[in-house]
Design a protein around this ligand. Structure first.
Ligand code: NAD
Ligand code: DAU
Length: 352
């Protein structure tokens, strides 16, 4: 059995990735290290709680002792996703971004170096490249020019990873992906926020003129790219991942109104995000050419599926909104103590 560490496995992409790994690799067991910040949700993994190949550890990636204990038990590969991820929050307070995204990455890199891993996948973002004009796309050699505190913290982490490859021969790979959408995305992000608002006839806030462009990729395509890179990518390389699917925010909002049968008068132009990047677009030809990956889920189909998912999972949304989702950990833990379920159960605290 290969022991794979996924950091941030209770977040949006992390939960989809844990599910993908367990479904597609019978020889893999997943150690899921997640602090359960506001963005972490155990309910996003409800269907695999009982899977003995999933071990959940609530903990902080900046906790060096804890991280060392986890690595000491043997880790083949790290998929490092844990991060503070919302640009707007980073504008209000950059501190948790620097702490988790930079220091947390360094702690993981140190442990990976000390105990040895076969692969370290550092999951990064197109935002490290900055903003584009109306034409062109980011390649893996585009200079880093992050514009938000979030993007700057991710770029700093990328540079740390690069330095550990160069200095210590750490077999790490950096992936940089464009905007994801799909099930289990926290409803502060644009697409789930718009869907959940429209479902309740509430306005969709569109920043500035709404003509900013994002390159959208379904989260399942992102997960497929990550495992392809894990299996066939070259250590030390950077791989761009994207959807070849550029849309303005206004186009996305209009599409959602149409699909949900809501009037576009619910779209409200509001004050712009400070420093708002105008356009992202990814050149993904390296990943296509070298590893044979390409996006498979057409945007409109993926968005329709995503709308359906939010319609059918109103309980998940309500629990997030009410804050109830943050109590799942206590409920699970208490339940297990009360029923004396085994230590192999997915919810456990690490041994000292
Ligand atoms: P998310 O915000 O949904 O989830 C982040 C997870 O990390 C949460 O479960 C949270 O509890 C956990 N976490 C935060 N701080 C932690 C800490 N100190 N220790 C342990 N766990 C901690 O994020 P996401 O959208 O799923 O993004 C995952 C990764 O992918 C991030 O690294 C992000 O930069 C990158 N990424 C995201 C997108 C996107 O569109 N969402 C695109 C490209 C890259
Ligand atoms: O590009 C990858 C990045 O995509 C990831 O690295 C980030 O973690 C992820 O949060 C996302 O960043 P964005 O800032 O692009 O995503 P967000 O969903 O916040 O916003 C998408 C676009 O929609 C952006 O141009 C801002 C705009 N927006 C967003 C919100 C929340 C609005 O117009 N109104 C809104 O209410």
């Amino acid at each position: 059995m290969l022991r794979v560490l996924v950091t941030g496995g209770c977040g949006f992409i992390g939960s989809n990735l844990v599910r993908h790994l367990l479904a597609h690799y019978a020889n893999v067991s997943v150690v899921n290290l997640d602090l359960l910040t506001y963005a972490g949700n155990m309910a996003s993994l409800r269907d695999i709680w009982e899977d003995p190949r999933h071990q959940f550890i609530r903990g902080d990636i900046t906790d060096r002792d804890l991280v060392r204990r986890i690595f000491a038990e043997g880790i083949d590969t790290v998929f490092h996703l844990a991060a503070e991820t919302h640009v707007d929050r980073s504008i209000f307070d950059a501190t948790p971004f620097v702490r988790t995204n930079v220091l947390g990455t360094q702690v993981l890199l140190d442990a990976a170096r000390e105990f040895g891993v076969r692969r370290f996948l550092h999951v990064s973002t197109d935002e490290v490249y900055g903003s584009l004009g109306p034409t062109g796309a980011f390649t893996e050699t585009t200079p880093l020019a992050p514009n938000s505190p979030y993007a700057a913290s991710k770029a700093a982490a990328d540079l740390l990873v690069r330095s550990y490859v160069h200095t210590f021969d750490l077999p790490a790979i950096i992936t940089r992906c464009s905007n994801n959408y799909g099930p289990y995305q926290f409803p502060e992000k644009f697409i789930p926020l718009s869907i959940t608002h429209l479902l309740e006839d509430r306005p969709v806030p569109l920043y500035g003129d709404g003509l900013q462009v994002r390159d959208w990729l379904h989260v399942q395509d992102h997960c497929a790219a990550l495992v392809r890179i894990w299996e066939f990518g070259k250590p030390g390389e950077v791989y761009n991942i994207g959807g070849r699917c550029e849309k303005t925010n206004l186009e996305v909002a209009q599409f959602l109104c149409r699909e949900l049968g809501k009037p576009t008068s619910l779209i409200r132009f509001v004050a712009d995000r400070p420093g708002h990047d105008r356009r992202y677009a990814m050149d993904i030809s390296k990943l296509e050419r070298e590893l044979g990956w390409r996006p498979t889920i057409p945007f409109e189909e993926g968005l329709r599926q995503t709308i359906r998912w939010y319609q059918e999972h109103q309980d998940w949304v309500h629990q997030v909104r009410s804050g109830e989702y943050q109590r799942f950990y206590d409920w699970q833990y208490r339940d297990r103590l009360a029923t004396g379920r085994s230590a192999a159960a997915p919810v456990e605290t690490p041994s000292a």
